[in-house]
Design a protein around this ligand. Structure first.
Ligand code: NAI
Length: 360
């Protein structure tokens, strides 16, 4: 059986770090094991355009593995060409790079390694909130440039304490973000999600559910997006929704770039409707050189805490999602198909998880 693995190329960075598993050089550490099972592994980072290696090999691959960090976009067109494709594995969390409706029509199973990097992302969200609210980036750039101007940075620097924070989605990541923020002494913590947290968890965390997204946004100084990308969240944060946010709020998005309309976010940062925006997710990935989020700034020359897609790919996370990928493959190769239920996104032509089921 042919297994196609799409990962980024690490080049020189792979040489000094064998724990960097999520790259073509280290192949999630699974080549020997796959070959020992009698299967063929083809690894590539070349994923764009009709002549790409991905397009060439998807034609007869039975399994495709990719990460959200360097996603091989498994579009409807590619699925139509992939006559043997039975299983798509996301080495990480978030399978929106696969056209799930098209996968269902062909009864292709899509699995991801649920929970494998949720702590990593939650830490990154807390960091990004602090970086934005405290105005860290311009302060750091200043010292690196040999300058010293406290006022230039202090005029746009605040405390997290006493602010209202809200999460869009309180699943594994959203919950962990609030858990980690709690000791900061926020004025209030709010959430908007189709699924309510059990009452005892709401109380333990000290969080309040708000039934309407607009109503929540109007109260928040800080908003963190932690829901999947699906048909009803694509382009959700557009000009109109951002205009319902408190003026001068900070917005952090480590969920998926396409949940926000790129130019509307950049315009909101420039106009002051948003004081700042940060996160690590873009569309497409890698982000084009002229993507507005690379250079957007607020009127103080601040308000940008963007990074490449790194939050869920710490070396600790890579170990977890590499192991989870191997477990999914083992379950498939052996014919047991005993996947962890929480790893299954679509199977037998239908959505398995509630989060993605919102697409329907
Ligand atoms: P999860 O499935 O545990 O939680 C998602 C929550 O979002 C669920 O409670 C669901 O009910 C809720 N939800 C779905 N649609 C919603 C909507 N329209 N409005 C409000 N809530 C909605 O997922 P988890 O592990 O917390 O991950 C969330 C997302 O974060 C993933 O789907 C992925 O896109 C992204 N992610 C990003 C990573 C990164 O490296 N930046 C790494 C891991 C995940």
């Amino acid at each position: 059986m042919k297994i196609l693995l799409v990962l980024y190329s690490a080049g020189e960075h792979a040489k000094d770090e064998e724990k960097l598993l999520g790259c073509i050089e280290n192949e999630l550490g699974i080549r020997k094991w796959i070959e020992s099972q009698g299967h063929e592994l083809v690894t590539t980072s070349d994923k764009e355009g009709a002549d790409s290696e991905l397009d060439k090999h998807i034609v007869d691959a039975e399994v495709v593995i990719t990460t959200p960090f360097h996603p091989g976009y498994i579009s409807r067109e590619r699925i139509a060409k992939a006559k043997n494709l039975k299983l798509c594995v996301t080495a990480g969390v978030g399978s929106d790079h696969v056209d799930l409706n098209a996968a269902n029509e062909r009864k292709i199973t899509v699995c991801e390694v649920t929970g494998s990097n949720v702590q990593s992302v939650a830490e990154h969200v807390v960091m990004t909130i602090l970086v934005l609210v405290r105005n860290f980036v311009p302060a750091h750039e200043q010292v690196m440039a040999g300058d010293w101007n406290v006022a230039a940075v202090a005029k746009d620097s605040y405390d997290v304490e006493g602010k209202v924070v809200g999460t869009v989605g309180i699943g594994r990541i959203g919950y962990r973000v609030l858990q980690r923020l709690k000791p900061f002494g926020l004025k209030e913590m709010l959430y908007f999600d189709y699924q309510a947290l059990p009452k005892h968890l709401e109380e333990e965390l000290g969080v309040r559910r708000v039934e309407s997204l607009e109503e929540m946004l109007a109260q928040c100084d800080i908003v963190t997006i932690n829901c999947p990308l699906h048909e009803s969240t694509k382009g959700l944060f557009n000009k109109e929704l951002i205009s319902k946010m408190k003026k001068g709020a900070w917005l952090v998005n480590t969920a998926r770039g396409a949940i926000c309309v790129e130019q509307d976010v950049a315009d909101a940062v420039a106009s002051g409707q948003l004081r700042g925006y940060g996160g690590d997710v873009w569309f497409p990935q890698p982000a084009p050189k002229d993507h507005p989020w690379r250079t957007m700034r607020n009127k103080y020359g601040a308000g940008n805490a963007m990074t490449p897609h790194i939050s869920g790919t710490s070396l600790d996370a890579q170990m977890r999602y590499a192991e989870g990928t191997k477990n999914i493959l083992d379950s498939y190769f052996s014919g047991r198909f005993d996947y962890r239920p929480e790893d299954v996104i679509v199977i037998n032509g239908d959505y398995a998880t509630k989060a993605y089921g919102q697409r329907k």
